[in-house]
Ligand binder design. Structure first.
Ligand code: MTE
Length: 329
């Protein structure tokens, strides 16, 4: 990955987020989403307190999940939607930050299936509409920290990946989960390029995948995911560098061995399997101690300190007890 550039950014003044007046209920949102009928501006988000309360109430069927999710809801101001949808990394559509928004209109998100296979008792191919209905949608505002040194705050819509995992019943051999994303040279102009070994594959340990913060996202800013942000379904791993959050998922495979992920294959000395956000372990070519919040101060952005596990230390640190984080970066 390249170091950050300010190309495409033009925000000298932090934009104000105006809470939208009308807030469509989650069920209503889900129905519209399932029907493909959700237009722009239909659903906004309520006041933070209401959001936190709702996430708490609807948030999680899993034991312990409610408090983990509630404790993780950030009060940071969300990044303006225009920035989050125009400054992207989606190398299948080009390596420039503006390329995905320019090129991803060719991505065809219906029909769409996600195949669940490998070490599970109930392998299955989900049509996207069935996947959408698998669990109640929640809105979760998470920080996203890219390994390149920039960050955003994004209100995602989705449900815990654990909701899907428990449906398919992993066997005792399922130690890791592998995520495959679409690699279609007809609709993705850069899939022919040699920048990565396609398809873009990512992976998690099974306990990381089961963590209540691990999100399967279908929307952002109260609307369906724009193509450039990984439509129709992507992973969001808030305590890991952004490249772990694989976009446009087509296959989830449960495996015994640690997956060979696209970025590890491309440059193992630079991008590790874990890729937990860690200000104390630098990238070989740049410091990870600070970050630039996109949309905050434009090209003159002052850097803010990067937080351990991107600020989710209380929720996730116990996953890594005893692990040497400098070696397992
Ligand atoms: N997923 C795929 N399939 N292809 C990619 O190039 N880029 C990753 C990740 N997921 C990428 C991907 C990187 S480097 C980041 S920082 C995030 O997506 C960016 O997500 P965003 O554009 O929605 O902010």
């Amino acid at each position: 990955m390249q170091q950050p550039t300010d190309r495409g950014m033009n925000h000298a003044i932090p934009s104000e987020i105006t809470p939208r007046a009308v807030y469509a209920g989650r069920r209503d949102w889900m129905k519209r989403l399932a029907a493909g009928a959700l237009g722009s501006g239909l659903a906004g988000w309520a006041a933070r307190d209401a959001l936190a309360a709702e996430s708490l109430a609807k948030g999680a069927a899993l034991a312990g999940a409610k408090s983990a999710v509630a404790g993780a809801l950030t009060l940071d101001k969300p990044t303006p939607r225009t920035d989050a949808t125009s400054y992207n990394n989606f190398y299948e559509f080009g390596t420039d930050k503006a390329d995905p928004a320019r090129n991803a209109h060719t991505l065809k998100t219906r029909p769409w299936t996600v195949t669940i296979e490998g070490e599970v008792r109930k392998p299955r191919v989900y049509g996207i509409d069935d996947l959408l209905k698998l669990a109640p949608m929640e809105e979760r505002i998470y920080r996203l920290r890219c390994v390149e040194g920039w960050s955003m705050v994004i209100p995602w819509v989705g449900f815990s990946l654990a909701e899907l995992i428990k449906q398919v019943e992993p066997t005792g051999n399922a130690k890791y989960v592998e995520f495959h994303t679409l690699a279609d040279p007809k609709t993705m102009p850069f899939v022919g390029s040699r920048v990565l070994d396609w398809p873009y594959v990512e992976g998690l340990r099974i306990d990381e995948a089961m963590h209540p913060l691990s999100l399967l996202a279908f929307g952002m800013y109260g609307e369906v995911l724009p193509n450039q942000n990984g439509a129709p379904v992507r992973l969001v791993m808030p305590w890991k560098y952004g490249f772990k959050s694989a976009k446009s998922l087509v296959k989830i495979r449960f495996v015994e061995q640690q997956p060979k992920t696209a970025w590890v294959k491309a440059a193992a000395q630079e991008y590790g399997f874990y890729s937990n956000v860690n200000p104390r372990v630098d990238h070989p070519r740049w410091s990870q101690a600070t970050e630039r919040r996109i949309g905050e101060d434009g090209v003159f952005a002052k850097k803010r300190p990067t937080l351990m596990y991107n600020g989710y230390e209380a929720q996730v640190a116990s996953l890594y007890t005893g692990l040497d984080l400098a070696k397992n970066f």
